[in-house]
Design a protein around this ligand. Structure first.
Ligand code: MTE
Length: 323
């Protein structure tokens, strides 16, 4: 795939941009020097966490080789900013859930993949993560709340997993489900939300190269607040489609109803493709605040990934791409 990259007029001034290569090389260097885990622990806040990370049986998989096809027009969001500004309603409805999310127990962690497939599987995360080679991709991440980040995700294309389970012809959608355990995730005691968190895509969207299963970020296994041990990244869609901490993947005939769509269908649709022309009923989507610079920049159709995904929606009225 050739990723055509044009520098838009609002691109960051040179002095603000940390070249991604420099960022990634620094990580590789730290790791080579044996400082990777220590540095990671310091970022997360202490010795306890660095020891826990040292024990992560998948730590050897990172840093994953960078896929150069995915370039960005802005600098990477520093990890400490990203790791302290999250949406993970299972642990609270505010952005500072990082501490609360540490109660997420990620081992053992099984993922059940089934429904309309010829080769269903129930597989431990630690085995799944070694089934396909991991790669690092720099992706933009645009929340429906009009802020954005840029993230070095590591993982593998969702289409590899789709191919492995051999979907049947009746499989039209892929439905993802997060864990359900109110004793571990205090937010799941709230009756305001129809837990567990669910999201879905069409089988064609799942087959698109951009749809990414994420197992790591910033050159190490996913932090809990990012949706450890395994989440989705769909960079052309609003962030709520990128479901965290996946337990179950089903291939289904009917269009799944996501958690947000179930709560408020007039505000959060199934497609949720980033579209600056279609305002959210309560605010504009024309611009976004780049979280780590504070700059307000124009939002791009499909979050700038139109060359990769626009063909998925040929013939559809652009105004419906959001709902
Ligand atoms: N997945 C689960 N299970 N629970 C959530 O609350 N929030 C969504 C999405 N996936 C969410 C989730 C929303 S609204 C966004 S913007 C992104 O995760 C946030 O991802 P981040 O915290 O890594 O930026």
């Amino acid at each position: 795939m050739v990723f055509v990259h044009r520098r838009p007029s609002w691109a960051l001034p040179e002095r603000l941009a940390t070249p991604e290569d420099a960022f990634l090389n620094r990580r590789v260097l730290l790791k080579a020097m044996g400082f990777g885990l220590m540095a990671a622990g310091a970022l997360g806040g202490g010795l306890g966490e660095s020891l826990a990370e040292a024990a992560d049986p998948t730590a050897d998989l990172y840093p994953a080789k960078k896929n150069e096809a995915y370039k960005l027009d802005r600098s990477v969001t520093p990890e400490e900013i990203n790791a302290n500004y999250n949406n993970f309603y299972e642990f609270g409805t505010y952005k500072e859930i990082a501490q609360e999310a540490q109660s997420l127990v990620i081992r053992p962690w099984e993922i059940e993949i089934g429904g309309l497939v010829d080769a269903p599987m129930t597989i431990a995360f630690d085995d799944l993560v070694r089934k396909f080679p991991l790669e690092t991709r720099l992706y933009r991440h645009r929340c429906v709340e009009a802020w954005s980040m840029t993230i070095p995700w590591a993982g593998f294309a969702l289409n590899k997993l789709v191919a492995a389970v051999k979907p049947q012809s009746g499989a039209k959608y892929v439905r993802f489900e997060t864990f359900l355990d109110p004793s571990m995730a205090s937010g799941q005691n709230s009756f305001l939300y129809p837990w567990p968190y669910v999201e879905g895509v069409t089988i064609e969207e799942a087959a698109n190269d951009l749809a990414f299963i994420v197992t790591g970020a910033y050159d190490k296994p996913l932090l809990k607040q990012f949706g450890a041990p395994i989440r989705l990244a769909l960079p052309w869609k609003y962030g709520f489609k990128s479901i965290k901490s996946i337990r179950k993947i089903d291939f289904v005939a009917e269009r799944p109803v996501g958690l947000w769509e179930a709560i408020q269908p007039s505000e959060y649709g199934f497609w949720a493709n980033v579209n600056p022309e279609v305002p959210h009923p309560r605010w504009s989507q024309a611009n976004e605040r780049v979280l780590h610079t504070g700059e307000v920049v124009p939002t791009q159709i499909f979050n700038g990934y139109g060359a990769e995904v626009a063909n998925l929606y040929k013939g559809m009225d652009p105004a419906t791409l959001y709902m």
